[in-house]
Write a protein that binds this ligand. Structure first.
Ligand SMILES: Cc1cc2nc3c(=O)[nH]c(=O)nc-3n(C[C@H](O)[C@H](O)[C@H](O)COP(=O)(O)OP(=O)(O)OC[C@H]3O[C@@H](n4cnc5c(N)ncnc54)[C@H](O)[C@@H]3O)c2cc1C
Length: 606
């Protein structure tokens, strides 16, 4: 079809793409579509978004119930990690969204932030005056999401607290709430009242660790997933905002060290199409593919590029290094005598309740089927869960930091890692950073425990055997810092104490299912962790870190790639360290801030 009668700005053929745009954005995911929307708001600035995945209207993406239906293989890349040496050579699936909306289209919809200390840490790597700080990001958290409070009944029944001053109300991406909560969820929150040092922040957006309620990435009217596509693409119909899907970017075009455009392949075409960027190329392909695309373009560690026979244009040792994700452990406890009804278990076993849930859902989209993965969890600082915090912090400071990174790691990358570990040593001793995370189910059993600040660092490098044709080599290097096992053991021991020795929940008759009472000594915990750890909660970050170049950084505080003109990275990969929470909300805030840096050269709302 000719361009002018096309129904929207979605281009279906490579030849429909203009020869040049002001900005070309690689990746129509969480960050990519957010930036594209903001840049085109003026009606003048021209933007092309190039997305590898399809534009899908599947109900699997929209469905909130249970939180997992979007994680369907048709919307995911088919990537497995390299065998994990410290996990008996197990490999693990690397889940990332391959569809318009990226990982925001497939994620579990948990809407949380890290603590203020997590974001202040980012700025600290640049000195104390960086605008990358909690105060510098808070306005962008507010711009990123449209907070719609839970309804009055459920708020009262479940004692949900929130504080609107931490939220905004203008974004097209919603932080909504289910219209139903199980009574056990509020009771599980109260069960922490017996644990010394635990705080109960009034709102999940306060930047404080503790036990609290949090919303869902959900449009509260439609009761459907709210994500970067629904908030930042659908209905925009701007003639200056073009999108082409099913198109794989193969490299960034460089004229010397200036980015001038992007080369991509559409569908099954064999030919590459080149599109020029008059102002900038913006790389937003996520934590796994942004470093891959930089390396394929000759920007990265020269050794990695040489092995793949790619000419080094800019030797940038940090590209693809400093890889982090949240490790998950199975830690399962069950209350045999949880009398609070209805409970999450009833949705699987009680025919009357299931019938009611189906009826209210069918009639007005309310009830338990409006819950995704739940709305309350514990996010606890290390001294609250362990008496060994000072000792472990001292061991971390005393480590030879290079020894836990791959042999031959560039000294700048080692310097960045050392700075991170120094910051983590004080975080381990303090009460401003959460290390322990466990989500409440509203039912009788709990399942997953997350280590929010792992010390090990992995890598994402192009595969020298076929750099263009194959997915990158994803190596979590799980447990490569031996203190991770020590920390995880402490997290697991805390869970055991919380469930088994808690006077407030004794009447619920707790039993330990996993790891089980045979696991007691340090050695037994270590063996259990090696056998069962998942190195990922699908939160890949750090691979294009925003750090000083002499600390292995890839982008500066304006998210510009060192040594290259007119090229920025805007996505999860720029986080130098993980926030103590699921990453999507932070990616939205980064993208909102980046849009201001691009448009105005500075964060205007600070
Ligand atoms: C299964 C799963 C569950 C999760 N659960 C939660 C949760 O409950 N809460 C939470 O806060 N976070 C969650 N996350 C994490 C969160 O969704 C991500 O951190 C965030 O969405 C990442 O945003 P991004 O912009 O960095 O990357 P993405 O959103 O992944 O976007 C990158 C985009 O680039 C495209 N792309 C890649 N390579 C190319 C190429 N060569 N050419 C063209 N396009 C390309 C991809 O297809 C993708 O659309 C989850 C993630 C997953 C995968």
């Amino acid at each position: 079809f000719p361009r002018d009668i096309h129904a929207s700005q979605t281009l279906s053929r490579a030849q429909d793409v203009d020869s040049a745009y002001d900005y070309v954005i690689i990746g129509g995911g969480t960050a990519g579509l957010t930036v594209a929307d903001r840049l085109t708001e003026d009606g003048k600035t021209t933007v092309l978004v190039i997305e590898y995945g399809q534009l899908s209207d599947s109900a699997l993406i929209k469905t909130v119930q249970g939180g997992f239906s979007g994680m369907d293989t048709q919307f995911l890349y088919d990537i497995n990690s390299v065998p994990q040496v410290n996990l008996k050579n197990r490999t693990t699936a690397v889940l990332i969204g391959k569809v318009l909306g990226g990982s925001s289209a497939v994620n579990a919809m948990m809407t949380v932030r890290g603590t203020s200390e997590d974001y202040d840490r980012w700025g600290s790597f640049f000195g104390n005056h960086s605008h990358w700080s909690w105060q510098g990001l808070l306005p962008y958290f507010k711009r990123a999401l449209n907070f719609v409070p839970p309804n009055a009944d459920v708020t009262k029944e479940s004692n949900i607290t929130y504080e609107k001053s931490f939220w905004g109300g203008t974004s097209g991406v919603y932080a909504g709430w289910p219209s139903f909560q199980y009574p056990a969820t509020a009771a599980q929150i109260s069960a922490f009242k017996g644990i010394p040092g635990v705080e109960f922040p009034v709102d999940s957006g306060s930047g404080k660790p503790g036990v609290y309620w949090y919303p869902t990435f959900m449009d509260p009217k439609l009761v459907e997933r709210s994500y970067s596509r629904t908030g930042h693409y659908d209905g925009k119909n701007r003639s200056n905002y073009d999108l082409i899907t099913e198109s794989k970017v193969t490299r960034i075009i460089l004229n010397g060290t200036t980015a001038t455009g992007v080369s991509f392949v559409h569908g099954s075409a064999e030919v590459e199409t080149v599109v020029n960027a008059r102002k900038e190329v913006i790389l937003a392909a996520g934590g796994i593919h942004s470093p891959q695309i930089l390396q394929l373009s000759g920007i990265g560690p020269s050794k990695v590029l040489a092995a793949a026979q790619i000419n080094t244009v800019v030797d940038l040792p940090g590209v693809g290094q400093n890889f982090q994700d949240h490790p998950m452990l199975q830690s399962m406890y069950q209350y045999r005598n949880l009398k609070l009804r209805p409970s999450g278990d009833d949705l699987f076993s009680n025919a009357t309740f299931i019938n009611w849930a189906s009826t209210v859902w069918a009639s007005n989209r309310t009830g338990p089927y409006s819950i995704a993965t739940g709305n309350a969890a514990a996010w606890l600082p290390f001294p609250v869960v362990s008496s060994k915090s000072a000792d472990i912090a001292a061991q971390l400071l005393a480590q030879d930091h290079a020894s836990t990174l791959p042999a031959g790691t560039d000294p700048t990358v080692v310097a960045g890692y050392r700075a991170q570990m120094q910051s983590y040593a004080s975080a381990l001793r303090g009460n401003g950073t959460a290390f322990y995370n466990s989500v409440f189910t509203g039912g009788s059993s709990s399942g997953i425990l997350v280590d929010l600040h792992p010390l090990s660092r992995g890598s994402v490098n192009i595969d020298p055997a076929d750099p263009q044709g194959r997915e990158p080599l994803v190596d979590y290097r799980a447990l490569s810092n031996p203190l991770d096992v020590v920390i995880m053991t402490e997290l697991m021991r805390f869970s055991r104490r919380f469930y088994m020795n808690n006077t407030l929940t004794k009447g619920w008759s707790p039993v330990e299912i996993i790891p089980g009472n045979k696991v007691v000594s340090d050695r037994e915990f270590a063996d259990y962790i090696v056998d069962s750890l998942s190195p990922t909660e699908y939160h890949p970050v750090g691979t294009c870190a925003m750090m000083p170049r002499e600390m292995g950084g890839v982008v500066d505080e304006e998210l510009k790639v060192y040594g290259v003109k007119n090229l920025r990275v805007v996505d999860g990969s720029i986080m130098p360290t993980l926030p103590g929470g699921n990453t999507c909300q932070t990616v939205y805030a980064i993208a909102e801030k980046a849009a201001d840096l691009i448009r105005f050269g500075a964060p205007v709302v600070v």
